[in-house]
Design a binder for this molecule. Structure first.
Ligand SMILES: Nc1ncnc2c1ncn2[C@@H]1O[C@H](COP(=O)(O)OP(=O)(O)OP(=O)(O)O)[C@@H](O)[C@H]1O
Ligand SMILES: [Mg+2]
Length: 350
């Protein structure tokens, strides 16, 4: 989506999230992938509010930092647009429209789905094929976002000297990741991937490898960080660190962490209610967890017990090798948070 050019070769996958900038660089040999470099640089408080970038300059600084600490030489990259800032919808148009008029016609059709004037919107589309409802119609996947969402990300990237080749929706990146690197998509007809981020929690439901349902809710690890800050008088950075290494007073687990985990379970239950209500599909066969929140010990089991669907941590890297400059222990602990940038990096091989 929103492709700027089509040069071949690997691209840095860069995820500007609400808490950090994450980078990954892959190379491919046959069907095998290798991680050549990766890095995470946290964003200071105030750089972004949820997924809205407030200070492009602070984001630009974090990108510079991540380029430096990952030691990559490449500057060509793919960036993501959060699903919550995009419209991603299958629409039907008459199959008789000549290819040259398709864009203009889709722009007209799109107006009814996009709550902004079309001149303030970036959109792209992909022809999916004949419509199920009528052979005279064809289905087109429409992706659109406000131009300002693209521009603020480009501004930050350019400040750091990046050369942006592709801007794609994060849900497309996750879909590409799963179709390329995860065998579970073949085995399970309906797979839900739940991402517990810092400020957002999202779900993508896959049916036979295609994302058919995406949703994001404002809930995330920042809430836990804030509670720790207030309760124990720590700074944002101290609380974030203490949360990861478990260095907190005895009452922390029963009084703070357990209620948070119960809230995580309720988020998943809500997602599933929305999914079942919107699609009337059969049962979800498996839930995979990603995002930093998935690193909380035992959360997979707790969700499985409460919901009754097999649940595990997502690990798209089980067959991936690491370049010698990548620290395996550090990389392994960051895996749950690296799905979006990896899906973006895979755009370089299409
Ligand atoms: N071991 C851990 N225990 C508890 N929380 C953790 C752990 N590791 C990471 N986190 C939390 O996960 C969150 C970061 O996850 P992630 O990198 O997926 O978020 P993000 O992509 O920056 O956020 P978003 O997707 O909402 O923009 C932070 O709140 C972080 O404190
Ligand atoms: Mg994220």
């Amino acid at each position: 989506m929103f492709s700027f050019s089509n040069k071949k070769g690997s691209l840095l996958g860069i995820d500007i999230s609400s808490s950090a900038v994450k980078l990954i660089e892959l190379s491919r040999k046959g069907s095998k992938y290798r991680v050549d470099s990766y890095g995470v640089a946290s964003l200071p408080e105030g750089a972004a509010n949820e997924r809205d970038i407030h200070e492009a300059e602070l984001v630009g600084e974090a990108i510079k930092k991540v380029l430096q600490n990952s030691r990559t030489k490449s500057r060509r990259c793919a960036l993501g647009i959060p699903s919550s800032m995009a419209i991603n919808k299958v629409i039907s148009v008459p199959a008789s429209i000549p290819a040259t008029e398709l864009e203009a016609q889709i722009s007209l059709e799109a107006e009814q789905y996009i709550p902004y004037p079309m001149d303030e919107v970036n959109f792209d589309f992909e022809v999916l094929g004949e419509s199920k409802t009528s052979p005279e119609m064809m289905d087109v996947l429409l992706a659109a976002t406000r131009t300002e969402n693209v521009e603020v990300r480009l501004a930050a990237a350019e400040m750091a000297g990046l050369d942006v080749e592709i801007v794609d929706l994060e849900s497309h990146a996750v879909e590409l990741l799963f179709s390329t690197m995860v065998e579970d998509v073949e085995k399970h007809d309906v797979l839900a991937v739940v991402d517990f981020g810092a400020s957002m929690t999202g779900i993508n439901v896959f049916e036979k490898g295609k994302v058919v349902f995406s949703r994001e809710q404002v809930f995330g690890g920042k809430q836990l960080t804030q509670e720790i800050m207030q309760r124990y008088g720590l700074s944002y950075a101290e609380a974030g660190l203490a949360k990861k290494n478990g260095n907190l007073p005895e009452g922390y687990i029963p009084e703070v962490l357990e209620p948070f985990k119960e809230n995580m379970v309720r988020q998943v239950q809500r997602f599933l209610q929305f999914y079942y209500a919107s699609t009337q599909q059969e049962k979800i066969d498996k839930i995979l967890l990603s995002g930093g929140g998935a690193s909380i010990p035992g959360i997979d089991e707790q969700i499985q017990d409460a919901i009754g669907i097999p649940t595990a941590l997502a690990n798209p890297f089980s067959h991936v090798v690491l370049n010698s400059k990548v620290n395996p222990a550090r990389f392994t602990s960051d895996i749950p948070a690296m799905l979006v940038p990896t899906g973006l990096a895979l755009r370089g091989f299409e």
